[in-house]
Design a binder for this molecule. Structure first.
Ligand code: BGC
Length: 744
């Protein structure tokens, strides 16, 4: 698989840029640092949002159309020595406007400041360069996860890197390595789902494609691993609230994606803005210094999340004022504060250093890391590259990759009596509030933070548009609102009389962060009524879901003949959905989470044996149907006994027993039968997506080292304990024994 990944990436090879050796960078950094005043150093650690240097009423409003405010810009860069600016004040801009902004900012930084240090501009390009018109957007991470295809994830990320550099921005606040252990959480869709192994594998692929071999290269960017650590598991599912996580589970479930991505050279890390076990991560030296920097050996830049240092004071109540919060965060190990609206952080840090509460050595440590990243990115030579270097920006070639990603993500959950694909002659009623609303396919972080502004997306085909392209005048449409009215329901029921099939498009409205908090995991009653009344017409209903997390379907799922999970497939999602409904594409997406059955059946696939009685799922983790069938046979485990240093070779034959070509995700699960900590019934330990023609068979191989079946024990140590293990591949099972305890 590794070779194929490399081959895929070769298509996006970096072009040579000016890269310094480590020693040269150290020399340059020390040189610069020696010339810097305390104000200049602290300025480098200060990050403000674009609003702060734009025309408009601070903090939130930016004048329309957007304009930089020269006086504010100079104050930030020249007087405060601000080192980083980010984001875009809830706007999207054209590529040309981005270039204008970046060129102006870099011109002031590199000509008018004393030491001519370029600005490190950062952005959330979390599903494509999503704050730029006409860029290529991709499915949100939860959809990319459903592809179970690291090569495809890497292709999408490489395009994002290219288009982000093209607008002049070299630093991305992505990927999210959060393991989505709480599906209620409003940021679940920003994750690669509930499983550590899947998050770790896809996260690393994304990171490597963003950064390439050299971040100075004009086609690559520095990535930010976020949100360190365990953000998407608050106790109550509410964003920015409390989590209680014992250290061994923190290490078992949440740490591995960070270990791998840091090992692969990640340049920066953003911290979790919540608190774990009562301590805000931003004020926790055990996590930020001991674990992240010492144990994981992370040498890169640690950036705070949005206003999160202040939040230690006003949100978590762990500091008695802002200044104390700054002190706690800096001593915990934060290098840069995403302030974001003022220079208070800089003023307070200055006071703390002058009062001897924080040493200048401590400041130097952070400034070194910030300057180092600027050198590594080549910003001193190329604060930006010429526009003409990016001929493929927003190209058809890139759009196709997005459509491919959407197609591979869409997951067929139910297909009673092989109702799908729809026959060519089908007369179809399309309805439901996500049917003709492109924002619903995109979700948050799309042209605006919440993703609900109608800007620039209207020219992309909705589900309805795409269905009309395929089925022409056989399609009828009844518009319904999110809170569907009885009149709309009546109209849809009436229209169903003339249709053979009903495509009912439901799901969620766009949201980001705390705006997506929910207290009820169901869909609105009015949408359920619409579904039920359409089902009562006797016409088969195909439910299409555009949603960032699995809203409960059990009140009406039985009555739906087919269910298609689209996640948040983005701008090409309409086309991809229509391709699947029409059968042009054979679905191959698999759930990257357990689809719960009820409000309180939130158990995940890797639950404990004692939780088995509580497991009632709508659809299991890893599940997804195809228009063909696959059979598993010939499971081979090359040894019955395993000792330290051994590798287990496992293989299985997979045959396409149906009539059309299709892709299957072969998933290897292993269960530890007994352990000193109650073991999960199974864990995903390997997967590979393969494509098979009808009647074709492929043998899929997995290599399992002893470390791959280890876990973190109650003493927080990694161990593989001797005893029996169960192997599960498709419907086949095998066993092996580990003959001794192995410590790592
Ligand atoms: C989010 C981060 C994001 C940052 C900058 C925060 O509110 O938690 O994920 O990178 O804002 O937009």
């Amino acid at each position: 698989m590794f070779n194929r990944l490399m081959l895929g990436l070769a298509l996006w090879l970096p072009t040579l840029a000016y890269a310094y050796t480590d020693v040269e960078i150290d020399r340059k950094v020390e040189n610069l640092l020696a010339q810097m005043s305390l104000t200049e150093k602290i300025g480098q650690m200060t990050q403000v949002t674009l609003n702060v240097v734009s025309v408009g009423t601070l903090p939130y409003d930016m004048k329309e159309p957007h304009e930089l405010d020269e006086a504010r810009l100079k104050n930030a860069l020249v007087n405060y020595g601000v080192g980083s600016i980010f984001n875009v004040g809830d706007h999207a801009f054209s590529r040309e406007h981005w270039r204008e902004i970046i060129e102006k900012i870099q011109q002031v930084a590199t000509t008018q400041t004393r030491l001519k240090i370029p600005v490190l501009y950062g952005i959330d390009a979390v599903h494509g360069t999503n704050y730029t018109y006409d860029s290529t957007l991709f499915p949100q991470q939860i959809g990319l996860a459903a592809t179970w295809n690291p090569e495809l994830v890497a292709k999408a990320a490489a395009i994002t890197a290219y288009e982000t550099r093209a607008i002049g921005v070299p630093w991305n606040f992505s990927p999210s390595l959060d393991v989505g252990r709480n599906r209620l959480h409003s940021r679940f869709y920003e994750t690669f789902g509930e499983d550590t192994f899947l998050v770790k594998t896809l996260g690393k692929a994304m990171l490597q494609a963003y950064q390439g071999n050299d971040v100075a290269d004009k086609n690559h960017i520095a990535a930010t691993l976020k949100h360190f650590i365990a953000y998407v598991m608050p106790l109550n599912g509410i964003d920015r609230s409390s989590a209680w996580i014992p250290e061994h589970y923190l290490r078992e479930y949440f740490l591995p994606p960070f270990i791998d991505a840091i090992g692969a050279g990640a340049k920066s890390v953003m911290l979790n803005l919540s608190e774990i076990n009562g301590i805000p991560v931003h004020a926790n030296p055990q996590l930020v210094t001991d674990l992240l920097q010492h144990e994981l050996n992370f040498k890169g830049l640690i950036v705070s999340d949005w206003e999160s240092i202040r939040e230690v004071f006003y949100h978590h109540h762990v500091a008695e004022n802002d200044k104390q919060a700054v002190k706690l965060a800096i001593l915990a190990g934060v290098d840069m504060s995403m302030v974001p609206y003022s220079f208070e952080f800089a003023d307070q840090l200055q006071q703390l250093v002058k009062a001897g509460e924080i040493s200048e050595q401590r400041i130097n440590t952070s400034v070194r890391k910030i300057l180092r990243l600027k050198f590594e990115l080549g910003l001193f030579e190329h604060p930006y590259y010429p526009v003409s270097d990016y001929p493929d920006f927003g190209s058809e070639k890139f759009r196709k990759v997005s459509q491919e990603a959407a197609s591979e993500s869409i997951t067929l959950l139910k297909n009673e009596k092989n109702l799908l694909p729809l026959p060519k002659s089908a007369k179809i009623l399309v309805t439901g509030f996500t049917a003709d609303w492109i924002q619903a396919l995109n979700g948050g972080w799309t042209y605006s933070w919440q993703g609900s502004k109608p800007l620039w997306v209207t020219h992309k085909p909705t589900i309805l548009d795409a269905m009309v392209q395929k089925f022409r005048d056989q399609v009828s449409y009844v518009e319904t609102a999110y809170e569907t009215t009885p009149l709309e329901i009546q109209a849809a029921v009436k229209a169903a009389e003339d249709a053979d099939y009903i495509v009912l498009c439901l799901g969620e409205k766009p949201y980001a962060e705390n705006f997506g908090n929910v207290l009820d995991f169901g869909l609105p009653e009015s949408q359920i009524s619409l579904a039920r009344e359409l089902a009562a017409t006797g016409k088969p209903v195909i439910l299409v879901l555009a949603e960032g997390r699995p809203r409960i379907l059990s009140p009406f799922a039985e009555q739906m003949q087919a269910i298609v999970m689209a996640y948040l497939p983005s701008n090409e999602g309409g086309l991809a959905i229509a391709d699947i409904l029409a059968g042009t594409v054979n679905p191959s997406g698999k759930l990257p989470f357990t689809y719960p059955f009820g409000q309180n059946s939130l158990t995940m696939y890797d639950h404990k044996h004692s939780e088995t009685y509580a497991v009632q799922v709508q659809y299991p983790f890893g599940f997804g149907l195809s228009y063909t069938e696959f059979a598993y046979s010939n499971l081979k485990i090359d040894r019955k006994q395993l000792t330290a240093g051994d590798t287990l070779n496992i293989s299985v034959d997979v045959t396409n027993t149906g009539k059309r070509a299709g892709k299957e995700v072969v998933q290897l699960y292993i269960g530890d039968v007994f352990a000193s900590l109650a073991p999960p019934v199974k864990r995903l330990r390997g997967f590979e997506k393969i494509e098979l023609k009808p009647q074709q068979t492929k043998t899929v191989h997995f290599k399992i080292a002893v470390e791959d079946i280890a876990f973190i024990n109650a003493q927080n140590k990694k161990v593989a304990e001797k005893g029996d293990f169960e192997v599960m591949l498709g419907d086949l099972k095998g066993r092996f024994v580990l003959t001794e305890d192995v410590h790592f």
